[in-house]
Ligand binder design. Structure first.
Ligand SMILES: C[S@@+](CC[C@H](N)C(=O)[O-])C[C@H]1O[C@@H](n2cnc3c(N)ncnc32)[C@H](O)[C@@H]1O
Length: 300
C-alpha cells in the first residue's frame, strides 16, 4: 500500500515550532501524522492536540497517551481546546490542503486523473459536495469561484458552459464534468487549467478560506508569548492571507494603530523570506513543489 502522505518541509516546520519538551502544541492538520510524530518524538512531559476533519486520518492515529485527536474542522480550534481544558499553547502548526491519500482515491473526487463521483469533501459528512456546487450554484456565483479561487481567465465562458451542460442532465461524475467543459480547456496547458478548476471547486466545497480565516484569528488568543505559529500553504490565496496575518495580526493586512499612532503587532515574523522546499525534496515528492512555509512568534 502506498504511503498515506509524505510530510512536506518536515525539518523546517518542526524547527519553526521551537519545541520545548514540556510544552503544549497543536497540529491542526494531522493527515498521515508525519508532523505530529516528529513533534511527539521531541516532547517530554508535553502534550499534543491534533485536528483533522477527514475521518480517514483516524486510520493513522499514533498510539500515544500524550496525543489528543480531534476529528473536526480546525476553525473550531478554540472551542475544542477549551473542551480539553487548554487555554494557552506554545505552538500551532498548520499544513494546509488535502492529503495525498485523498488525491489518490478516485471516489473522493479531488483529482481529474480518475473517474468517480464529484465529491471533494474533506469532511465526508458535510452537506455540500462538488455535485451540489456545479449543479445548483448560479452562473454568476460559479464564475466568482473560478475567478477568485482558481484565478481562471475564461471564468465567464466556463461558468456559462457548465450552466448550459447541466440543463440537459445533472453532472455527477468527474468524466462527465470534464466532457462538459472540454471546449473551455486551453490546449497545451490542459493539466494546469484543470488543476485550477478543481482547486477552485475544492476550496468552495470545503469553505477553505473561511476556515483558514477563523483559524488564524483564533491563534492570537491561544498562543503564549513567544509561542510559534507555523503555516505551510499550497496556493497563492492561502499564502497571501497567512502573510498578511503574520505581518499585521489581521486578515485584511491592515495593522491596528493606537491613539498615539503606534502599531500594535501581535506577531513577529520569523521568516522574512518565505521558505520553500529544496530541489532534493521536490525531486522526491513533486507535490511539495507549491509549498510555502511561514513562521511567526507571538509577541508579549
Ligand atoms: C496536507 S495534509 C497534512 C499532512 C500531515 N502534515 C502529514 O504530514 O501527514 C492536510 C490535512 O489537513 C486536513 N484538513 C484540511 N483542512 C482542514 C480543516 N479546515 N480542518 C481540519 N482538518 C483539515 C485534511 O483532511 C488533510 O488530512
Amino acid at each position: 500500500m502506498s504511503e498515506y502522505h509524505t510530510p512536506v518541509l518536515l525539518e523546517e516546520s518542526i524547527d519553526g515550532l521551537n519545541l520545548q519538551p514540556d510544552g503544549i502544541y497543536v497540529d491542526v492538520t494531522y493527515g498521515g501524522g508525519g508532523h505530529s510524530r516528529r513533534i511527539l518524538e521531541r516532547l517530554q512531559g508535553g502534550k499534543l492536540v491534533a485536528f483533522d476533519q477527514d475521518e480517514d486520518a483516524l486510520q493513522n492515529l499514533i498510539d500515544d497517551e500524550r496525543l489528543i485527536f480531534v476529528n473536526h474542522n480546525f476553525k473550531f480550534l478554540k472551542n475544542f481546546l477549551r473542551y480539553h481544558d487548554i487555554s494557552k499553547v506554545d505552538g500551532i502548526l498548520a499544513d494546509l490542503g488535502v492529503s495525498s491519500h485523498d488525491f489518490d482515491q478516485p471516489d473522493r473526487g479531488f483529482s481529474f486523473r480518475f473517474d468517480g463521483k464529484l465529491d471533494m469533501r474533506m469532511n465526508q459528512s458535510a452537506e455540500k459536495d462538488a455535485v451540489k456546487v456545479i449543479n445548483e450554484y448560479d452562473a454568476t456565483k460559479l464564475g466568482e469561484i473560478f475567478r477568485e479561487y482558481g484565478e481562471i481567465q475564461n471564468w465567464r465562458n466556463l461558468s456559462q458552459t457548465i450552466e448550459q451542460a447541466r440543463s440537459s442532465e445533472r453532472i455527477t461524475s468527474i468524466q462527465q464534468f470534464l466532457k462538459a467543459i472540454a471546449r473551455c480547456v486551453p490546449a497545451r496547458v490542459e493539466k494546469k487549467y484543470l488543476a485550477q478548476v478543481f482547486q477552485a471547486l475544492r476550496i468552495e466545497v470545503n469553505n477553505e478560506m473561511d476556515a483558514l480565516e477563523k483559524f488564524l484569528e483564533s491563534t492570537l488568543e491561544l498562543l503564549n508569548p513567544g509561542g510559534r505559529l507555523v503555516v505551510i500553504s499550497y496556493h497563492s490565496l492561502e499564502d497571501r492571507m497567512v502573510k498578511n496575518f503574520m505581518r499585521s495580526g489581521r486578515i485584511d493586512g491592515k495593522s491596528e494603530q493606537d491613539f498615539f499612532g503606534h502599531y500594535h503587532l501581535p506577531l513577529e515574523v520569523i521568516t522574512r523570506k518565505v521558505i520553500v522546499p529544496d530541489e532534493f525534496e521536490t525531486a522526491r515528492n513533486p507535490r511539495a513543489r507549491s509549498a510555502r512555509l511561514r513562521i511567526a512568534k507571538k509577541t508579549a
